[in-house]
Design a protein around this ligand. Sequence first.
Ligand SMILES: [Zn+2]
Length: 200
Amino acid sequence: MRDSIPITDEELGFRELEQDSLYRKIPEPMKEFYVKESLQKGREAAGQWRGKRIQEALEEKGIEVVMKAHQSMAKMVRLRGEICFTKEKSSITVYEDSLQSMAEACMALPKGFSISREKCLEVHLAHEFFHYLEFEEGKTVAEKLPKAQIGKFFGWTRMASIQQSSEIAAHAFAKEMCGLKVLPNYYDMVYIERQREKKN
Ligand SMILES: [Zn+2]
């Protein structure tokens, strides 16, 4: 059923937006806005690092990469690592076992889509690096974009930031930075599908 996984940035962006806890409350015409604006924010940020490898970018910002054999807690796709960003010292921890299983799924993809283990690692680092840039700036993409009107009570309108905007932007950033064909949540989706196939 691999055909069901989309490949365009917009479609993959939408899939990410769907993960937002407020997704159903976002006014319909605003959904496309969040996807497009978030993609744009990620691409713009990547433009500032053009020509640099992610390892160089990390070094420039003094971010340490820590490799750990395996993660102790329950296995979750999204938990390929941990981040610790502070003003004094920042680090990104990567779990080898999660990376490995992810890489196995990604290496087996058709030509043009398959990526190496090394690339998998770079993608992960680039994604987290984007969140570092948000941290450094003191504002996330979700906070920068206009809030969505998610409800109305007795004349009061409830507005909220759409958190997944930051994820979409981070994916777009990683895609540009690592020269990928697709937004990296494509790989998450492939991985999940593989796990499902294994179980059946
Ligand atoms: Zn993220």
